[in-house]
Design a binder for this molecule. Structure first.
Ligand SMILES: Cc1cc2nc3c(=O)[nH]c(=O)nc-3n(C[C@H](O)[C@H](O)[C@H](O)COP(=O)(O)OP(=O)(O)OC[C@H]3O[C@@H](n4cnc5c(N)ncnc54)[C@H](O)[C@@H]3O)c2cc1C
Length: 249
């Protein structure tokens, strides 16, 4: 069995976003890039499954559609434990375009399980995983918070209102994962970092694909007004402000 984990390269969640080019892009200067948090959990779950199924999982491959500067993120995924990495050389600007590239990679190696995050933490498209499944004409299960393999059979858990849903599916399939798929993302250890340098990272050309969507511009949320402090003896002022400014009642 082979697992493909889709890895989106995203700015660290503490990044202060500064818009440039008439608010159509953001300034990448000094940005720290990380593995999209959901993809990190997906990779961790893939590792756990490989370790607990004694030889059933032949390899875990990570894939990113992006430019050379994304290789640091792929190397981190190799350090966590992926066996090899593929970078599709492309300037990704759209979920459809990205999905076409991943579907091509998945088809070529006939991966049995394809894991994608529920959304990227930067563009929040929540689109790629479902598109990949459709392009490959295979089942997809969304919002997966549990993935198990027992006696070669796969079961998936989904959180539903007040409970859990358990599903089964045939291989190959796409699981679009969310929080809970694994509890603690693995952090690369020194040995993993050393080994990652020697693991294969293949760069493949992108295939022709349309870009179906384009951003007109971005808007930052309005700056919050300064915090107003009210003395305890003037509690009435607080009620007035809640009514007149916060419009709470
Ligand atoms: C204007 C613009 C500029 C961009 N510039 C860059 C850039 O300079 N560098 C860059 O790396 N990205 C860039 N991107 C992001 C890139 O195009 C996204 O990967 C793509 O838009 C999909 O994002 P999404 O939010 O729809 O993904 P979602 O559907 O929210 O992502 C869900 C999951 O799909 C998988 N996935 C998403 N994107 C990728 C990917 N690229 N490779 C592999 N798996 C993926 C991951 O598993 C992810 O968790 C840019 C996007 C836009 C719109």
């Amino acid at each position: 069995m082979k697992i493909l984990v889709c890895i989106s390269n995203v700015p660290d969640t503490t990044t202060k976003i500064k818009l440039v080019n008439e608010n159509t892009d953001f300034d990448r200067t000094g940005v720290q890039w990380i593995i999209n948090p959901w993809d990190e959990l997906a990779l961790t779950r893939a590792m756990e499954l490989k370790e607990s199924t004694a030889g059933l999982i032949e390899k875990i491959t990570v894939v990113n559609v992006g430019k050379k500067e994304n290789e640091g993120t792929l190397r981190k995924a190799l350090a966590v434990g992926a066996d090899d990495a593929i970078r599709v050389e492309a300037d990704p600007k759209d979920a459809y375009y990205v999905a076409v590239q991943i579907a091509k990679v998945a088809k070529e190696e006939a991966y049995d399980i394809i894991l994608a995050g529920i959304e990227s933490s930067d563009y929040n498209g929540a689109a790629v995983g479902g598109m990949v499944a459709e392009m490959l004409d295979i089942p997809s299960v969304s919002s997966v918070s549990g993935l198990f393999i027992e006696d070669g059979k796969v079961s998936l858990n989904r959180e539903i209102d007040g409970g859990q849903e358990v599903l089964s599916t045939e291989l190959p399939f796409v699981a679009i994962v969310q929080k809970g798929i694994s509890i603690d993302p693995r952090i690369p250890a020194m040995r993993g970092i050393m080994m990652a340098r020697k693991k294969p990272l293949t760069v493949v050309d992108a295939v022709e694909a349309d870009v179906l969507t384009g951003f007109v511009n971005y808007e930052l949320p309005q700056a919050k007004s300064a915090c107003k402090m009210i003395d305890e003896e003037n509690a009435g002022d607080l009620i007035k402000l809640l009514h007149t400014e916060a419009k709470a009642f």
